[in-house]
Each structure stands twice: as structure tokens, then as C-alpha cells.
Write a protein that binds this ligand. Structure first.
Ligand code: 13P
Ligand code: SF4
Length: 311
């Protein structure tokens, strides 16, 4: 659909018009993650990070949520709003990190470290959330861990986010060995090369990056935290250390800033599976639908609810 001249643009506009009409007919809201392709972000009612999208899923009034992201995000929406219909237009869009720990493994950790609190990253299955005490996202992981009474905290599944959180909390953090296949590949050499190529530019990285990458960065933010920082900090040039899809919302919201990807290879293929065509089909057929059995959802809702109730 991109760069196809007048005919392509008209086709894209017709598609967007049909989606808009059907969205109203179905009483639907379209939520999109910051890594989604530009055509999908442009269709969305809201674009944000995992925390913002979870809050929107809980608070919006529409009967149908079309989730343009990956499975755990749509699952979180279904857990928070069981009365709503949650659609995931790309049924096979998953997060490999969310598959790196199971509820059974969380149980084993609880037995090995009695008395420790269990914090799960939102990038987990509903079963793992149900087996945890509280959920967190990249935007609030430090705040969540600080809110706990326990001094010993099991943190699953992202070891990099766990180690990042440990820097600020003074607690004993027991990390699980999960990781994001996109962020974990970013290297300190890439940071050094980018600084050399773009002298004076600030380096922003996501907390899913390795500790040695974080050590070389100027700031660490969630995806929406990066957008806000670029818009509000007064800096002119930024090297962005996360999935490259984030460059679209940054450039759209702060067109005057110069932003460069830290790693052009940082692409999450699962986040690119949603297309406007799939969004239209999902609204037409009301499928693929994401549901979570209430016996699992109940426990998961408690863990997410504790997170959302923090100031
Ligand atoms: P954010 O919550 O920062 O948007 O991160 C989500 C994610 O999957 C990062 O890889
Ligand atoms: Fe999962 Fe990483 Fe993709 Fe985020 S970027 S959805 S953590 S694989």
C-alpha cells in the first residue's frame, strides 16, 4: 500500500473509510502499539505503550476492542474487560518472550524462594499472570517493585528488565532467563558506532536491552516514554534503541527532531503482521477473537489490577 501513487492512495483511503464505517457500526475502538506499521497506526483511535493500552482497554466504553499488537496485549484487554469482544486481527502475532516461562515454572520458583514476591512482566501468558502477585510493564517496573513489602522479588520472564529494576530498588531480584529476541540482540558496539555516526545525539534505549547496552545509554524509557522525551526534552537529535516501528510515532508527533535507529535490524516481525486489510476482515467477521477462561482470568486480573491501582 505504501508509495503506490494516486491509485494506491485512493485504495488506502477507501479501505480506511470502510474500516471507519464498520468501526462505528460495531461500536469498536482500535488500539495500536507503537511498533505497528504506519498504515495501522494511522487507523487507530489510540497508539501507545503496553501500560497505556492496558489502561485504555480497561477504561474505554466501546463494546469491541480491535487490538493491533501481539497476543499477550489482546489477552490483557480480554482479562480486564471480559464483557467486551476483543479481536486480534493478526491471529498469529505472538511475543516469543511471553512463551519463555510457564505457570508451572513460577510455582517451582515460589517453592525455591518461599516468602518472595512474584512480579511478572505484562509480556506473559494469562496463566503466568494468574500465578504472579503483581504485573508490571516497562513503564512502571521500578515503581511496581518498590511498592512491594517483600525485599526478595522473583521477576519473570525478562532478565534484562529484572536487572534494570534491581539497579533502583535495593531489593534482591531473582531474574528468570527470558529475553526479547529483538532487544537482546542490540550490542554495545552498535551504541558506540551510532554515537560516532551522530555526534551529540542522545541515546535512548528500552529496558529490555542488555545491561551493557543500558550502561552506555543516556536514558532508558518505555516506548511511549521515548516519544514523550523526544517531544519534551529540548534536544535536537536522538539515537533510538528499540524496535524501529517507534520512529513513526516519534516523527509524527515531533517532526522537528532528528531521530536515528540504534539498530536497523531491530524489527519485531510479529508486530508487523497486522495490516489494514486484516483489521477490516476482523471487523467484518468479528474474528479472530481472544478470550481467557474466567478461572485463569480471575487471578490474572488481580495481578494486573494491583499494577493499575498504583499511583
Ligand atoms: P512498551 O510497553 O515499552 O511499549 O514495550 C512493549 C514491548 O513489547 C517492547 O518490546
Ligand atoms: Fe515481544 Fe520483543 Fe516483539 Fe516486544 S519487541 S513483542 S518483547 S518479541
Amino acid at each position: 500500500m505504501q508509495g503506490k501513487g494516486a491509485a494506491g492512495r485512493k485504495e488506502q483511503k477507501d479501505l480506511a473509510d470502510r474500516i471507519q464505517a464498520l468501526k462505528e457500526e460495531r461500536d469498536a475502538v482500535i488500539l495500536a502499539h507503537n511498533y505497528q506499521v504506519p498504515e495501522v497506526q494511522d487507523l487507530a483511535d489510540m497508539v501507545g505503550d503496553s501500560l497505556e493500552l492496558s489502561r485504555a482497554a480497561a477504561e474505554r466504553d466501546e463494546a469491541v476492542i480491535v487490538f493491533c499488537g501481539v497476543d499477550f496485549m489482546a489477552e490483557t484487554a480480554a482479562i480486564l474487560s471480559p464483557e467486551k469482544t476483543v479481536l486480534l486481527p493478526a491471529a498469529d502475532a505472538c511475543c516469543p518472550m511471553a512463551e519463555m516461562v510457564t505457570a508451572g515454572e513460577v510455582q517451582v520458583l515460589r517453592e525455591r524462594y518461599p516468602g518472595a514476591a512474584v512480579v511478572c512482566y505484562v509480556n506473559t501468558t494469562a496463566e503466568v499472570k494468574a500465578a504472579s502477585d503483581i504485573c508490571c510493564t516497562s513503564a512502571n517496573a521500578v515503581r511496581v517493585v518498590q511498592s512491594l513489602e517483600e525485599d526478595r522479588v522473583i521477576f519473570v520472564p525478562d532478565r534484562n528488565l529484572a536487572l534494570y529494576t534491581a539497579r533502583f530498588t535495593g531489593k534482591e531480584i531473582i531474574p528468570w532467563e527470558g529475553f526479547c529476541i529483538v532487544h537482546d540482540r542490540i550490542t554495545p558496539e552498535e551504541v558506540q558506532e551510532a554515537r560516532h555516526r551522530y555526534p551529540g545525539a542522545e541515546v535512548l534505549v528500552h529496558p529490555e536491552c542488555r545491561p551493557e547496552v543500558i550502561d552506555l545509554a543516556d536514558h532508558v524509557f518505555s516506548t511511549s516514554g521515548m516519544v514523550r522525551h523526544v517531544c519534551e526534552s529540548g534536544g535536537e537529535a536522538f539515537i533510538i534503541g528499540t524496535e524501529t516501528g517507534i520512529l513513526y510515532p516519534i516523527r509524527k508527533r515531533c517532526p522537528g527532531r532528528r531521530c536515528f535507529p540504534l539498530s536497523a535490524k531491530a524489527i519485531c516481525t510479529n508486530m508487523k503482521k497486522t495490516t489494514p486489510e486484516k483489521v477490516l476482515k476482523a471487523l467484518e467477521t468479528m474474528d479472530p477473537r481472544v478470550t481467557v477462561p474466567e478461572e485463569v482470568a480471575r487471578g490474572a486480573r488481580a495481578a494486573i489490577g494491583r499494577m493499575l491501582s498504583l499511583p
